[in-house]
Design a protein around this ligand. Structure first.
Ligand SMILES: C[S@@+](CC[C@H](N)C(=O)[O-])C[C@H]1O[C@@H](n2cnc3c(N)ncnc32)[C@H](O)[C@@H]1O
Length: 205
């Protein structure tokens, strides 16, 4: 097991769903951006580093039928599956590292909140983008949320690379065009604040 996997499995084994800084009761911006990216309920959507997030619950509620959640922590996915119960069998759960995973199919929408920002080594970011490019068809959309340039330097005790839409555009390359970018002041469960940015890109056809 890699150090990365051990770190995250330990986090989800020792902390409750709402005891982590990134917890959101309602993932509003993600949900809005996914709807804007593709309102078709047959759209294939993948949440990268989805962890125990309630986004998948919200998307099921919204009527989406082709949902995948990928995370390197089996414990994290276990928390989400238990919470969702029977409806979780309609979701594809993948335990994998986003930098080494081999996508077996394509998706219409790729969402990542607070996983990409842990990739502080440019080689890991390049490996992630390589997976993204093989998993997203032309016309598909990408939503990446990270700490903003004025956000914290660490998340879950690990160093992060902060981003804005320009640095993400540079990582993704010219065939991805920026559609929108939004800032969010996230309130942690203990009511401190963290500056996030959410950027949405379209892969050109
Ligand atoms: C800060 S949490 C955010 C979880 C979720 N996206 C949310 O918004 O609640 C980061 C998540 O990314 C996962 N993660 C970190 N690095 C990863 C990687 N290289 N590949 C896949 N998942 C990763 C962790 O296990 C964790 O669940």
């Amino acid at each position: 097991m890699s150090d990365r996997t051990m770190h995250w499995d330990n986090v989800y084994a020792t902390k409750g769903e709402a005891e982590v800084s990134w917890f959101q009761d309602s993932p509003t911006i993600s949900r809005d951006m996914i709807r804007a990216a593709n309102p078709d309920h047959d759209a294939a959507i993948i949440d990268i580093g989805g962890g125990a997030s309630r986004l998948v619950d919200a998307l099921l509620q919204d009527g989406y039928r082709d949902l995948t959640v990928l995370d390197l922590s089996a414990n994290a996915l276990g928390v989400a599956k238990t919470r969702i119960g029977q409806a979780s069998s309609a979701v594809d759960w993948i335990v994998a590292d986003a930098t080494t995973w081999r996508p077996a199919r394509t998706y219409d929408v790729w969402h990542d909140r607070a996983a990409f920002h842990f990739l502080t080594d440019p080689r890991d970011r390049a490996a992630y983008v390589e997976r993204l490019r093989s998993a997203i068809a032309p016309g598909g959309q990408i939503i990446i949320a990270t700490f903003a340039p004025d956000g914290p330097e660490k998340c879950s005790g690990l160093p992060v690379q902060r981003h804005d839409s320009a640095s993400l555009a540079a990582e993704l390359g010219p065939e991805f065009e920026l559609v929108e970018t939004r800032r969010e002041t996230h309130h942690t469960p203990w009511n401190s604040t963290q500056a996030f940015q959410f950027s949405r890109f379209r892969r050109q056809k």
